[in-house]
Design a protein around this ligand. Sequence first.
Ligand code: PHE
Length: 342
Amino acid sequence: MGIREELESIGQGLREELRTVQDTQSLEQLKVRLLGKKGSLTALLRGMGQLAPEERPKMGQIINERREIMQKMLDEKMRELSEREKQMRLEREALDITEPRDLPEVGAVHPTQAVLREVLDCFTGLGFEVVEGPEVELDKYNFELLNLPKNHPARDAQDTFYVDDNIVMRTHTSPVQARIMLSRKPPIRVVCPGRVFRADEIDATHSPVFHQIEGLVIDENVTMGDLKGTLDAFAKRLYGADITTRFRPSFFPFTEPSAEVDLTCFNCRGKGCRMCKGTGFIEVLGCGMVNPKVLEMCGIDPERYSGFAFGIGLERITLLRYGITDMRLLYEGDLRFLRQFR
Ligand code: PHE
């Protein structure tokens, strides 16, 4: 076949292939087969060496013209195909941002934490500062500085988890009192929330791990009236204006005098029901005037200063707040229970 015929057939072949080619990748391959180093048109140009010298310029010109035409055809097709591919991709990847979706599940504040927040909010509003102490505590802070020397019978009232002879899992938040008194000067006004530990049974009203909120106020001329007023404000804030406190004499080695405080039963509002066992009141905290002996051991002059302290059982008031009757529900993380607090 002569060069002209070959040119003709290459051109013919190209036109046919351009009619059927569907994508830019195949088109690219087609281009290489034609114009690449081993392409058919390239081979044709090389073959020019076999022509008589006087024929070469003419033939060269013809081939180059054809080549440019073919190049244009290929470019044209390339534009067309890549435009089409782009359109297809845009359609495939299109997002309908107006389409309604399921909302992601959001969690809820745990009831114990919700009540804790309320309590802290109440006391910070009264000018208290929130401080925390360690859960693993020295015997010194948990007992001795609180007027509970070794072998004191009142230690038995709190079944202690001992880590070793001098280290315990704190049995109450009162050790934070001792730490604060030792590290600050009056006036002191703090609340200390946290976990406490006792070797207790697990049942509807007991857990070996629970929470307390300690309160401590030390200043000149602090009286039991201040204690009562503070706890009244707390009770009304959490449960409503008709709720009052009732003080019953009690004993704690670190307070003197000491009291246990009941609140009007939130459930029957004082009339007497199953929840308060007909008494109209529910016990929620222990408190008292800080024992002068404790003040002294913690470096505060009992002649000049006096103070009060209280320890609120957080789970207790949470159960009361929501009318929950089994404390275990607060620890089990059962979603059917927790979802009700969203
Ligand atoms: N720490 C006591 C308890 O856990 C409660 C308490 C705190 C009593 C502060 C008086 C003053 O039982």
